[in-house]
Design a protein around this ligand. Structure first.
Ligand code: BJW
Ligand code: ZN
Length: 244
């Protein structure tokens, strides 16, 4: 039996599906991943751009980087992997997608039950009053004025940077769902960023069937029941096709 057939057989007897995605799921939409040879961290330093200290030191630089990434995302469209996940949501009685991505592409592909663990690039949060607002660029390029809240406070991207705690409500809801899931499908993540990196082991200990789809082997590959090498935009539609 091929790994895809194995995976279909596991999914056919499942009622509750937990899906975890990372940057690799959006790679085929033209959005750069973080690690790997063409990843963002090759040309940009996480320390200079994705920490609270970086924002304190140079908010203009951080905002420019996030606006540049917004401009790439706004030109992109959901790909076949995002659409296949939306189809999975329609097939399973119980379904939850936990995404590390901040790009809204799952929402644009029509998936409904989504938790965002690292925030959303199209939201900003006020450092003074904590208000969260939608925030989308009108044009690219250098910024004249830093984005500000109506209270006058400085706005920051509503994403989770290194060294910052993740939202405990989101984390608890995800773990609660995962605990009672039959299968955990993990796609396009390098599995190195905590606490999300602990999810495969959390699932394995609870005897939840685990499936990984990734272009390359990751630290997760040795933990999961089934590891399928390949592009998410090719593998996921094939899996879904066999479930219809
Ligand atoms: C394809 C493909 C295709 C490509 N098809 N596949 C324990 C041990 C060690 C360290 C820590 C620890 N606990 C906490 C830490 C520190 C830190 C951490 O994990 N560091 C490690 C890197 C060492 N974690 C944190 O700081 C977290 N906070 C925390 O734990 O707080 C604790 C705390 C409690 C109380 C008070 C204070 C603190 C927060 C982590 C936040 C991560 N933020 C970022 C930026 C988000 C905003 C933004 O987008 O700008 O999140 S970093 C970046 O990495 C982003 C991603 O969501 C995240 C994960 O990356 P992802 O999605 O896996 O992407 P890649 O690029 O790594 O991988 C892509 C994969 O796709 C690859 O495998 C490819 O092969 C594959 N692929 N094309 C299929 N077509
Ligand atoms: Zn405010």
């Amino acid at each position: 039996m091929s790994a895809i057939e194995d995976c279909q057989s596991v999914l056919k007897s499942a009622h509750s599906l937990f899906v975890l995605t990372g940057a690799g799921i959006s790679a085929e939409s033209g959005i750069p991943t973080f690690r790997g040879k063409d990843g963002l961290w090759k040309n940009f330093s996480a320390y200079d751009l994705a920490t609270p200290e970086a924002f304190q030191r140079n908010p203009e630089l951080v905002w420019e980087w996030y606006h540049w990434r917004q401009s790439i995302i706004l030109k992109a469209r959901p790909n076949r992997a995002h659409l296949a996940i939306t189809e999975l949501e329609a097939i399973f009685e119980k379904f939850l997608l936990l995404t590390q991505n901040v790009d809204n592409l799952h929402q644009r592909a029509g998936t409904k039950n989504i938790l965002e663990i690292h925030g959303n690039i199209f939201r900003a949060r006020c450092l003074e009053c904590n208000k969260i607002i939608n925030h989308q660029i009108e044009s690219e390029g250098e910024i004249d004025n830093l984005p500000r809240c109506e209270c006058g406070g400085l706005l920051r991207p509503d994403v989770v940077w290194f060294g910052e705690p993740i939202d405990q409500d989101v984390w608890q809801s995800a773990c609660c769902f995962l605990e009672q899931a039959d299968v955990a499908l993990i796609c396009g993540t390098s599995g190195v960023v905590w606490p999300v990196a602990g999810i495969p082991e959390f699932a394995r200990q609870r005897r939840i069937k685990t499936i990984e789809v990734n272009l390359e082997p990751t630290p997760i590959s040795n933990i999961v029941d089934i590891s399928i090498p390949g592009k998410a935009g090719e593998v996921l539609p094939r899996i879904v096709e066999g479930l219809k």
